[in-house]
Design a binder for this molecule. Structure first.
Ligand SMILES: [Zn+2]
Length: 243
């Protein structure tokens, strides 16, 4: 049932570990390596999102942390510039990779937003922050005032209010896709302000992290590298068929 739901809502899905290996290999062909590149990661704070961070750290070395609730890009220009200033530049070139993923759970029966967590009896949910926003949207317009007791969530709401009209309330899956696009738009807008393509090559690997009953998966939405100022789409092999 899980695989059926996965296939229904996502065009392309890869087991997480395979995905990190394949993106590493595709970028190796464009001269990105663990030695000459800094990886930056934006995922949710949720502990079930962290295996992806571990896999990226294993492949690329310790990555710069851009994470926040739901993986929103809240690090801003300051965070982005900091990560860029930390990149290796021994060969006269700086290289960055941005892995950017909000997340959603799908349980064994295909229920969207639902997962089981080790050591907890009842079922749990992911992404919790997006679930809270989806509930608030269903009840009425989002409160977009800055809440000092809940800074990140209130920043998320004010950002997402720009994407969602009151008449068109997304379900959790649709909201996750809206968020994915907003995160990528914000990252790319920030990159366009600070990257000097004359001295930097970089890659954006963006999509949705999916927590299945057996393992985590990645559904890529956009994967490209800018090398010598030229955009190149990254191709990776389709996942082996699931049993
Ligand atoms: Zn989350």
């Amino acid at each position: 049932m899980f695989l059926e739901v996965l296939g229904r809502y996502f065009n392309e899905v890869h087991p997480e570990e395979e995905f990190v290996d394949q993106t590493y290999n595709a970028l190796s062909e464009l001269n990105f390596s663990a030695e000459n590149t800094i990886a930056c990661i934006g995922v949710c704070r949720d502990e079930i999102s962290q295996p992806l961070v571990e896999l990226i750290n294993d492949r690329w070395g310790y990555a710069f942390n851009m994470s926040s609730l739901a993986g929103m890009f809240l690090a801003g220009l300051t965070g982005l510039k900091a990560s860029m200033h930390h990149a290796p530049n021994m060969d006269g070139k700086e290289r960055y990779i941005f892995y950017s993923f909000p997340h959603i759970a799908i349980d064994g029966s295909g229920k969207i937003g639902v997962c089981n967590r080790v050591g907890r009896e009842s079922e749990s949910s992911a992404c919790g922050a997006l679930g809270a926003i989806q509930k608030e949207l269903t009840a009425g317009p989002l409160n977009t005032e800055l809440d000092n007791d809940d800074i990140e969530l209130s920043l998320m709401k004010s950002r997402l209010a720009r994407e969602i009209t009151d008449r068109d309330i997304p379900d959790l899956l649709e909201l996750t896709k809206v968020v994915q696009k907003a995160i990528q738009d914000d990252l790319e807008a920030a990159l366009s302000k600070v990257v000097d393509p004359g001295k930097c090559d970089y890659a954006v690997i963006a999509g949705i992290q999916i927590h299945g009953p057996d393992q985590n998966y990645i559904s890529p939405v956009s994967m490209y590298a800018i090398v010598e100022g030229e955009r190149q789409e990254l191709e990776i092999a389709p996942a082996a068929k699931q049993a």
